[in-house]
Design a protein around this ligand. Structure first.
Ligand code: NDP
Length: 398
């Protein structure tokens, strides 16, 4: 019986994880659950799972009156404490954004097995995460579907045998749109993803392809491959999640329907493949073919190229890219800037940063805060203010 802490339990990945655990209560026990603001949703989960304690990332609002009578902790420090909890075997980090970095470092520093969906902690934490993994003796398992695919194809083989990896991208809702039409995009359009149902931030990142740039950096950190050996190809149906080409000319790919439950199962059960009675059928060549591919339209989606360049340049750049992108997404969702202005906010912010190495988590926090401040000013400066007001968040279940 493994005890699991689920950070971001009320989100899309958190909910998918709990759906998986509901089918495997003989193997997993929920030890800790966290949310940020949505205390009622967390309360309902706590009533169902009766964990050791729960954490809210923010202070409880007026009217906070939970039905679950167990222990409620609050604040970022409590999130890190949740990641270190004694008796928890596995921490699943499904927080969104830079807020995930502290808990990632805490879990690895405490020697935990960390199932990591929060790609932003790898992008902003880079070498700090690698160091915490080495020094803390923990274990890092990717949950992001493309990286889970690479991990599954490698299955313990050394990365020295790998010639290149290819991450697939759905291309997002505007894959085929001519560039001028992107001026018409409203938040509701961008929140409608063709193949995946996810939280709002990653859904916007998928529409701009910033998500794929974050994933290239994530792959570089996770697998230690140089950027020149990480490719991206658009694969509109999201059936192949990644391809690993070995030096002997063989390529292995991982295929499956676009459901986060598959990489979550892998991370929870690793190294075992758990038998799962899920309804979703596996890959069927007749139904799921043909498998088609296209190049990324880098000229139409400039955040892809800017993000990969930030990763390659290193130092402050990936931290600033991530922070500015978070601000740009918030500004777009709240109607302060248009879709085509997202890239400008990020690229103008990057101009204020350098490749100076990040030496500590405080240093990363400082660069993150400075980049947010520059990006906010930039968003205020370019906001047309005529975009649609914020819509409800996208569905958080698949
Ligand atoms: P959601 O927005 O659906 O959920 C985020 C979760 O984190 C919620 O529980 C939210 O709490 C909590 N949270 C948000 N901000 C904070 C904060 N500042 N401090 C503490 N808790 C916070 O996100 P997703 O599940 O879509 O994504 C989670 C991570 O997984 C992201 O890094 C994403 O890139 C990655 N990922 C997601 C995939 C998906 O299919 N969704 C696929 C691959 C990767 P509350 O509900 O209270 O707001």
């Amino acid at each position: 019986m493994k005890r699991v802490a689920i950070l971001g339990a009320t989100g899309s990945v958190g909910e998918a994880t709990l759906r998986v655990i509901r089918r495997h209560t003989d193997r997993f026990r929920v030890g800790v659950l966290t949310a940020n603001r949505r205390w009622e949703a967390l309360d309902a989960l706590a009533l169902e799972w009766d964990p050791e304690f729960v954490v809210l990332g923010t202070e409880p609002p007026d009217g906070f009156a939970p039905r679950w009578s167990g222990e409620w902790r609050t604040g970022p420090g409590a999130l890190e404490g949740a990641a270190r909890t004694r008796g928890v075997d596995l921490v699943l980090n499904a927080l969104v954004g830079f807020a995930g970095l502290g808990p990632t470092l805490a879990a690895l520093g405490a020697g935990k097995r960390l199932a990591l969906a929060n790609k932003e902690s790898l992008v902003a934490g880079g070498k700090l995460v690698v160091r915490a993994l080495r020094e803390g003796g923990g274990e890092l398992l990717p949950v992001d579907s493309e990286h889970s695919a690479v991990h599954q194809c490698l299955d313990g083989r050394p990365v020295s045998e790998v010639a290149r990896i290819t991450l697939t991208a759905s291309g997002g809702p505007f894959r085929t749109w001519p560039a001028p039409r992107l001026a018409e995009v409203r938040p509701a359009d961008a929140l409608s993803h063709p193949t995946w149902s996810m939280g709002s931030k990653i859904t916007i990142d998928s529409a701009t392809l910033a998500n794929k740039a974050l994933e290239v950096i994530e792959a570089h950190i996770l697998f230690g491959l140089p950027y020149e050996r990480i490719d991206v190809v658009v694969h509109p149906t999201s059936i192949i999640h990644s391809v690993v080409e070995f030096h002997d000319g063989s390529s292995l790919a991982q295929l499956g329907r676009p459901s986060m439950e598959i990489p979550i199962l892998w991370a929870l059960g690793y190294p075992e493949r758990l038998e799962d009675p899920r309804v979703e059928p596996g890959f069927d060549p007749l139904r799921d073919g043909p498998l088609e591919f296209e190049p990324v339209r880098e000229d139409v989606f400039p955040l892809f190229r800017a993000g990969v360049a930030a990763g390659k340049a290193g130092g402050e750049f990936p931290v600033a890219f991530n922070a500015a992108n978070e601000v740009a997404v918030e500004s777009f969702l709240s109607g302060r800037i248009g879709f085509q202005e997202l890239a400008g906010v990020v690229i103008r912010t990057l101009e204020q940063f350098s490749s100076r190495p990040i030496s500590s988590v405080e240093d990363a926090r400082h660069v993150d805060a400075r980049a947010r401040s520059v990006a906010r000013k930039s968003a205020r400066g370019m906001g047309s203010g005529d975009a649609e007001p914020r819509t409800e968040e996208s569905e958080t279940t698949e």
